[in-house]
Design a binder for this molecule. Structure first.
Ligand code: NAD
Ligand code: IPM
Ligand code: MN
Length: 351
């Protein structure tokens, strides 16, 4: 049966890295149907909103969605609900992709590209499971109000229900069962009510269904510290939307570059996944052909495996990426001189 992948290139380096995914997809699976729609700032400029109703509707019916990146200084002054990032948040919410799987893998060839010493990161293989459709990103009330005397008050609200915590924790436990059998649950139960509820729900679920998996509770600030001190002590880390956003950027630097980190956002089984590199639109290098396309290519690899039913092709693609890196393919973020296109060429050559 024909499968369909919806590409949302977006802004900045988004279109540059998605162009390489397109080439890789064509070579690997000529019959995969590729569709494309404007997204983020590009969609705002073209149609007045960062994602159209038609694109949201299509995203719910294809087999998988792959997003490049959104945002940039051009839209810094735009109203909150029209910002490119708001389009991405709406898409995540409407696709109900509540579990964001962000693996951080240190490729052997890149152990010296990390900001940390080789002996700390060599062989690193961890996964951050970030809650993606709740928490402070979506909580109400929120806003900025005048409180008189020239003063204002800004409000964001962190909210989690039991079910929101349980369903993402379940994804983390299931994943750990197939990996190293260890879950760290990171929150701030020492200061936050949502943190306390998070710890209670994860503890209950663990006792009920996952007693075979080892569970450690860790305060999110200590987790950030331990990730730099001894990252290989972790296997799967499950955490909320905001902590997951921050901890995954931190994990990126353990692997060598944020240009390497893919992600998969998943909802209930059978629903389309949303795949995206962890990095943003990189305004400082956009339009120059310098971006590392591997995070996007590896996000496609996750889509092949988790939404498109082609683990065989995913295995070939990840092997090709490893071969390219082993042979010395390096974009600038990895200390090399290759451009986006040349890195794409290196992966295609290995394929
Ligand atoms: P960023 O990830 O875009 O860039 C941070 C740094 O990493 C920059 O120096 C950039 O050049 C570098 N970098 C990122 N991706 C790279 C790649 N593939 N190859 C080489 N170098 C790479 O983060 P930022 O600068 O904080 O954010 C820029 C814009 O992107 C903001 O508007 C932000 O909201 C948005 N953003 C979007 C996403 C997304 O679309 N998923 C993620 C993060 C940030
Ligand atoms: C990410 C990004 C997004 C987030 C932004 C662009 C909305 O930083 O995917 O990590 O904060 O979730
Ligand atoms: Mn982020």
């Amino acid at each position: 049966m024909t499968k369909t992948l919806l590409l949302l290139p977006g802004d900045g380096i988004g279109p540059e890295v998605i162009a390489e995914v397109r080439r890789v997809a064509r070579a690997l699976w000529p019959d995969l149907a590729l569709e494309e729609a404007p997204f983020g700032g590009a969609a705002l400029d073209a149609g007045g909103e960062p994602v159209s109703d038609a694109t949201v509707a299509r995203a719910k019916t294809v087999d998988a969605v792959l997003m490049g990146a959104v945002g940039g200084p051009k839209w810094a002054g735009v109203a909150r609900h029209l910002r490119p990032e708001a389009g991405l948040l709406r898409l995540r919410k409407e696709m109900e992709v509540f579990a964001n799987i962000r693996p951080a893998l240190c490729f052997a060839a890149l152990a010296d590209a990390s900001a940390l010493k080789r002996e700390i990161v060599e062989g690193l293989d961890i996964v951050i499971v970030r809650e993606l459709t709740g928490g402070v990103y979506f909580g109400e009330p929120r806003g900025i109000e005048d409180i008189g005397g020239g003063e204002k008050r800004g409000v964001d609200t962190q909210v989690y229900t039991s079910n929101e915590i349980r369903r993402v924790a379940r994804v983390a436990f299931e994943l750990a069962r197939k990996r190293g059998g260890l879950v760290h649950s990171a929150e701030k139960s020492n200061v936050m009510e949502t943190g306390l509820l998070w710890r209670e729900e994860v503890t209950k679920l663990h006792a009920a269904d996952y007693a075979d998996v080892k569970l450690e509770h860790i305060l999110a600030d200590n987790c950030a510290m331990q990730l730099v001190k001894a990252p290989r002590q972790f296997d799967v880390i499950v955490t909320d939307n905001l902590f997951g956003d921050i901890l995954s950027d931190e994990a990126a630097m353990l692997t060598g570059s944020i240009g390497l980190l893919p992600s998969a956002a998943l909802g209930e089984a059978g629903k389309p996944g949303l795949y995206e590199p962890v990095h943003g639109s990189a305004p400082d290098i956009a339009g120059q052909g310098l971006a590392n396309p591997l995070a996007a290519i590896l996000s496609f690899e996750m889509a092949l495996r988790l939404s498109l039913g082609r683990a065989d092709l995913a295995d070939r693609l990840s092997a090709a990426v490893k071969t390219a890196l082993d042979k010395g393919a390096r974009t600038r973020d990895l200390g090399g001189a290759m451009g986006t296109r040349e890195m794409g060429d290196a992966v295609l050559a290995a394929l």
